[in-house]
Design a binder for this molecule. Sequence first.
Ligand code: SF4
Length: 270
Amino acid sequence: MERRYSDLVIEVTRRCNQVCKDFCMRGPQQNLDISYDDIDLFLDLKRNNYKQVSLLFFSGGEPTLNPGAIHYCIDKIIGEKLPIYSVGLFTNGLIYSDSIVEDFNRYNEYFQEYILPEMTKLPAEIVRQSSLKGSFVTFSDDQYHLPISQEVIQLYLENGYGIKFDCTGDHSVEKDNLLKSGYSKQGHELLLEDNCIRMFGDSVIDTIYLTAKGNLSCYGDGSYEFIDSVSKDYPVSRYTLEQFCLANLSASSRDYDDSDRKSFVFFKKR
Ligand code: SF4
């Protein structure tokens, strides 16, 4: 069956230019970048048989340290006309990447010319619930990161046309939102039993995360150690997205036939 995916995440690098002690859920950085072969397998349209990805998110580490992988993905999306309906990343705002701004600008042209017309063919409910917004960059300006360079922000604002910019802000990182993982000593623990994927009809509503090691995980958060432990048996070279979902299916998943389409709604993520 052709699927709609809510969130696909690519961990483009495990390198970072900060050490957010007592906060970072990842733990110590690693000198590791995603391989382009793994990106190809993850985004391969025929192999994975998808008709929509609401969001492709670039994660890290600090994603601006590997603009090459992001450039490769954007080239692929545009060149192969992939049905990816928005792209984004979080950055600690210390590096201005001309390459990423240029790529996100190019993606926005593609979004205007190709994705928006495609959206008119979708059921209205799916359009309303999807995070369809072109490209976006969110700056982590919370109290745990080093102050963002105003010069860097200015360059992003001046050169990014159509890119949506946002800031996390201090209040968004309350104790309950922290994970007790990596460097973080407070917050909540990730539970192994929550490591599953919910599918409803043709839609997959949980995140599928591709680690920089080339493995698939249902968890995008947590320490590298934790993510590696839950993903090590699912290399993207052996599992298509569909096979991965079926191997990690949540008990609450349900199959709908087309007659139920009218009552279909996107479900909130965990
Ligand atoms: S929280 Fe982000 S910026 Fe801070 S050390 Fe971890 S990965 Fe790097």
